[in-house]
Design a binder for this molecule. Sequence first.
Ligand code: NAD
Length: 465
Amino acid sequence: MASQLAYTPVEEIPKIHAELLSTFKSGKTKPIAYRKEQLAQLIYMIKDNEDRFFETLKADLGRPNFESEMLDTSITMSEAKYAYDNVEKWAKPERTPWDFNWFAMKPTIRKEPKGVVLLISPFNFPLFLGLAHMAGAIAAGNTVVLKPSELTPATAQLLAELFPKYLDPECYRLVNGDVPVVSKLLELPWNHILYTGNGRVAKIVLTAAAKTLSPVTTELGGKSPVIIDPRCDMKLAARRILWGKFSNAGQLCVAPDYALVPRAAQDAFLDACQEVYKSFYPVDPSSSDSFSRIVSEAHTKRIKRYIDETKGKVVVGGQADVEKRYIAPTIVKDVPLDDSLMEDEIFGPVLPVVPVNDVDEAIEFINSKDHPLALYIFSQDSSFKAKVANNTESGSVIANDVDIHVGTTDLPFGGTGPSGSGYLTGKYSFDTFTHLRGTLDNPWWVDAILLKGRYPPYTAAKTRT
Ligand code: NAD
């Protein structure tokens, strides 16, 4: 399989933008029937080529087909199908609630496409984070440029081949490349930019967008904590947390980053983790068909450094092979709050277990850091769950599971503060790429009843002072 990625020539980019703008102005993307046809094409693009995507995702991320199906192809097709099934309803004009002062004017919200949209996506889920979000932009009636990550070259190249075969090239274009290509894209005015990736690059995107007044949604990451109630079902907690931590080798924006466990319960939690670990990887994970690789050598080195420098004790895993982009699924205990593993988002298959005195210390620590994208609580006690949820801030707060909220129908997905701004998936994606255009139509007779007093002269009878 060719993994050489052909970058889009930088000088083509303004032309692509101009073509998409001209198509948008022609009104081609506005009819609902047209949007649905293109959403169907997007689904066929994945369905007809699913095995090829499995191959490219394996080449790019060493990812098991099962994970690619569960976390990339299936979920993307479901998202596009949901948009296909609901776009008529979402796009319908909405009347404002009845109000005596305004009802005669029929105040109405028109759902209009924003225009030409740019999606910049990351490497970890090239289909879901590119095409599923694109489905929202198509459903909303926009023309779209999608820029996949250059770190997944095989998948990006396959997308470049398939885009013009399945989607209307007058409306939807794929642009491939790295920093110079993104920089050129960002010189242009967009009616909306969705950037999914890390906070450092988000600042570059937002700074560039400020120059063209392009609105931006940012879907970012951060360290998503888990709080363990010592009375919870440890086996269940371990199984769900390790699944979320080791899927895609931990390269999930919502992966549980670290676990805060009361000191006295650390051993019980680790015993449960070790048991689950053996059941997940009965053979050495380096030869398991159920475990992915890290996207690049640079990222492998970064994660290896966290393990090399930790002051905690590696309980299981810990091996790394930079050339093979392999980091073993790893659990580290007795990790201090100021450890190498606690500096940045790990974005790899390493779970630091951080002992704390109690839930209050856990909450205090979380509140001393950036608001995370997700916060997980494992507890059967509703007052424990309420205490954590009510005294912290995060993009989402999830009890007794991890990751799955991203695929939950009509649950808004997004960060807060440094973990991002704006909401995606389902109707929230449609809304992100939709302009709510307020309109009303004031009949002549309203002047006779309600509004006659507004016209000059402002006589003493009209004014109160
Ligand atoms: P990445 O390296 O693939 O970069 C993302 C995009 O930014 C790419 O398209 C890349 O070309 C572009 N880019 C990189 N450097 C740039 C620069 N200097 N100037 C302009 N553009 C540049 O992926 P990443 O950012 O490392 O992705 C991982 C991060 O994304 C993690 O923090 C993760 O939590 C976050 N993430 C968030 C979500 C979400 O939905 N909230 C989803 C996935 C990943």
